[in-house]
Design a protein around this ligand. Sequence first.
Ligand code: F6P
Length: 454
Amino acid sequence: MRLIIATNRAPYDVKKPRDEVIIEKSPGGLVAALDPVMKGNDGIWVCGGEKLFEDYGIELPYPVKQVKLNKNENKHYYEGFCNTQIWPLFHYFPTRYKLHTKDWDFYKQVNQKFANQILEIIEPEDRIWVHDYQLMLLPKLLREKGVKNKIGFFLHIPFPNLEIYRIFPKRIEILESLINCDLIGFHTESYKKHFLECVNYFLIGQAELKDNQILYNERISKVEALPISIDFQEIQKIAVADKTESILAELKETFSGQIIGLGVDRLDYTKGVIEKFEGLEYFLDKNPEYIKKISFIQIAVPSRSNVQEYIKIKKRTDEIVGRINGKFSRDGWSPIHYIYSNLKFDEIVAYYRLADFIIVSALRDGLNLVAKEYVASRINNGGQLILSEFTGVAEEIPYKYLINPYDVTSISNSISQVIKTEEEQKDTIMKELRNYVEQNDIYKWLDSFLEKLD
Ligand code: F6P
């Protein structure tokens, strides 16, 4: 049975430095999770793109069909409806939400293009798996064309509570589409609960709820909480590869004698990068004995750089790095090492191995795979995870030391605490985390989703 995956984001980006054409794995959790899924399955990945792989004669590790999106579609569908309307609202930032009525028409148009592409390739036994908030109208558009195949949907971002979801002008249209799926998956029980509450509230009289199922149009949609994961074994392999070891050796030399903190985030206002730096500043203010002793490396992956809110966050991040480094730097040492780049994965794994602790300070995050990647990379245990209570992963993993990233003292106290933790205790905590992530890897997630879909 083939699996047709539909995502807005293509798994690889085409780059043209000088005369060569190269491809790089796209940033973000969705691609990180689905790339191994597709490598191990018979299927087709349907995705969007301004530049098409076939135009460059690029071969990918699995069949990909691209839906060509033009500049206007990118502006109003991707930058507009997806990332200036749905994204801020679903992440509890209503003040960053901006309504442009035109965006909705483009959202419908692009979802229709995806439907047309799937209709061209679909065979009776195929299963369709639609991903994320960019394609929420697709299930309904496919059913309207008579598609009887199993359709699954997975939301990679939070599903907000009723009070926030009410703000969304297209709240009914989106629910009416999603309930055409046989299975609707979320990362956490909370998102699932919010979704069911919204269906109950907005589709009263149309859809009937029974346990975790929605009865609609003689169809049953199951709703499940299935937190996504990572390819644990593959990351372990990368962690011990020669290339990673040699990058790590160089990093150890550069940062010799320092306590190393790390952050790895797409540069997004939801990730709390600024709040993390403010927490670090507070820590150094209160604990000046650590000046010159701690280096915080922040890898910020460029993201959505044409969207206003992202242009602003980039500017503010640059400013705060400059301000904090200006305040504490001395004798060639500065507290923050800021890398604004989409680094190769083995480089990131080397940083994961190097870091004494990582801070995941998201103000709201669907799940956060960086936390799981860090754990998978810690082949010799040790290392510590400072984790925001507003991430999906905080609801999932067996971990008790959470921070409130809105509170500088919470971040600062967590740094003090991780620095003072005994090696033995660090190892015990990391072993437990590693065990959990190893048992609950991306393949388990895939199997559970497909099992429930079938
Ligand atoms: O987690 C939500 C998400 O849209 C994922 O689909 C993706 O991995 C990430 O954010 C990056 O977003 P974009 O595709 O807009 O770069």
